[in-house]
Design a protein around this ligand. Structure first.
Ligand SMILES: O=c1ccn([C@H]2C[C@H](O)[C@@H](COP(=O)(O)OP(=O)(O)OP(=O)(O)O)O2)c(=O)[nH]1
Ligand SMILES: [Mg+2]
Length: 153
């Protein structure tokens, strides 16, 4: 399987030792698990949102690619820990630290441990649009119908 080279900077020297470097959990994984580069465990109370550093920055560099930060399903479903921005989008020209906004949408406090896998990052292809302003579109079957226009079943 071919993999895409990605430049990464390690901003926290515990990465690679106390905090494992991000990796694909299995050969077929789409997401790289991102870990909390915290100095001590952090409790997120119900309704709170905390910005958690990962100790890493990436420079994707190619405008035909981006990265998305997505919740981990186990954390989100069982513990209510999802992302404060719902989805994080990493621009190809971003060179700052990868940050994860952790929102506790549940009813019970959740403690993020040092090095815990808090979210996952997926590299995705991107096509930038160049707008071509027109007065009318060629007719389509759907036209302007949406929001349930095709019926409820
Ligand atoms: O979960 C996230 C989302 C974004 N970012 C970084 C990478 C991204 O390239 C940059 C800007 O994100 P975005 O464009 O979504 O935020 P904005 O509110 O539009 O800020 P800006 O004005 O800096 O673009 O912040 C993260 O580290 N984590
Ligand atoms: Mg932006």
């Amino acid at each position: 399987m071919s993999k895409r080279k990605l430049q990464v900077r390690i901003l926290d020297d515990r990465i690679g030792t106390a905090i494992p470097f991000p990796e694909y959990a299995t050969e077929g994984s789409a997401g790289l698990d991102l870990r909390a580069a915290l100095s001590e465990p952090k409790t997120v109370l119900p309704g709170e949102t905390h910005l958690i550093p990962t100790g890493l920055s990436v420079h994707i560099s190619d405008p035909g690619l981006a990265a998305m930060i997505l919740p981990r399903s186990g954390l989100g479903h069982k513990h209510g820990i999802v992302l404060g921005n719902l989805v994080g989008l990493i621009d190809s020209d971003y060179q700052g630290e990868l940050m994860v906004s952790c929102w506790n949408r549940g009813q019970t406090p959740f403690t993020i441990e040092v090095g815990e896998r808090i979210a996952q990052m997926v590299l995705v292809p991107v096509v930038q649009a160049e707008f071509d302003v027109v007065n009318e579109f060629d007719a389509s079957d759907r036209g302007a119908g949406g929001f349930g226009s095709t019926g409820s079943h």
